[in-house]
Design a protein around this ligand. Structure first.
Ligand code: ZN
Length: 291
């Protein structure tokens, strides 16, 4: 099944839900980052959560989620636009931790102390920045905690990443369910019970269920409308001109030092790992250095 997400709204307006299949894009991101198994699961969860929250963006809005933790992964980062284009990175891709209770030790890899940062570029002058302390460091609960406390929309998040026998990403996906303000509160206990009984998303996706079928199972008997369906894919929007602008931003002294000491500069995109090379002549020709 191709990666995509579906967003639905209960017909009485009280419940909103999003489900996503993210296997391909998670595999693509983890391969580029060179993650070990535990790091793959951690980064895959963050990428999937970012895809789910990205379903609430419009037009040219962007969303970035960043986790900074005390564990060996140090910093995880995922970004999306409103059109399902995602990229992700992890500062240290090797968690180097053994499994704990037969599960990958994601909380240990991220670290129990730290912060989840949410940066939304909504096209206003300044981006919106939110931050919460890590709640369980398992990612899904941290996102739910952020949405419930900072955005004040009671939310449940499920995120799953399954690896195959070679430790490559086999299946990834998740869901987000939100209780909208002023809705029919009697539906919430029913949905909570359904969520408790719902098998892991990766198992449902692995059985061939689509994100819509997962939501249909969750919302059985609750009338809803599909609001949108979006394809999801890995895409990095870095470019040579963007890197040139970044180098210019370092200031003339810094760039002159690169010309004199290194005879050029090599910059690697943290997301797609493409390397941009600038010769001393390229650097000297950067606009602000020309005069
Ligand atoms: Zn890139």
């Amino acid at each position: 099944m191709n990666d995509h997400l579906v967003r639905i709204l209960g017909n009485d307006g009280s419940l909103r839900a999003i489900a996503a299949a993210t296997s391909e894009l998670t595999r693509a991101i983890c391969r580029r980052q060179g993650t070990d198994p535990t790091a793959s699961v951690a980064l895959g969860r963050l990428v999937t959560g970012t895809a789910l929250m990205g379903a609430l963006l419009k037009g040219d809005q962007h969303l970035a989620l960043m986790i900074e933790g005390s564990g060996p992964l140090s910093r995880l980062h995922a970004e999306t636009d409103a059109f399902g284009h995602l990229r992700g990175s992890v500062k240290n891709p090797l968690a180097g931790l053994p499994p704990k209770n037969d599960r990958f030790d994601v909380a240990g890899a991220i670290g129990r102390a730290g912060f989840l940062h949410v940066i939304k570029d909504l096209g206003l002058k300044e981006p919106y920045r939110g931050m919460v302390q890590l709640y369980t460091s398992e990612v899904a609960e941290d996102l739910a905690y952020y949405l419930t406390t900072s955005e004040q929309i009671p939310s449940t998040v499920g995120l799953g990443v399954n690896l195959d026998e070679t430790f490559a990403v086999a299946t990834a996906g998740g869901f987000l369910v939100q209780a909208m303000p002023g809705g029919d509160e009697t539906l919430i206990p029913l949905l909570e019970e359904r969520l408790r009984q719902l098998p892991p998303t990766t198992r449902l996706l692995g059985e061939g269920k689509s994100p819509l079928q997962i939501l249909e199972q969750l919302f059985a008997g609750i009338p809803f409308t599909v609001q949108m369906e979006t394809a999801l894919e890995f895409r990095c929007n870095c470019s040579r001109s963007q890197v040139a602008a970044m180098l210019r931003g370092l200031g003339a002294d810094e760039v002159r030092a690169m010309i004199e000491e290194d005879q050029g500069a090599k910059v690697t995109c943290e997301f797609c790992k493409q390397t941009y090379e600038f010769t001393a002549d390229d650097l000297a020709a950067l606009p602000q250095l020309e005069n």
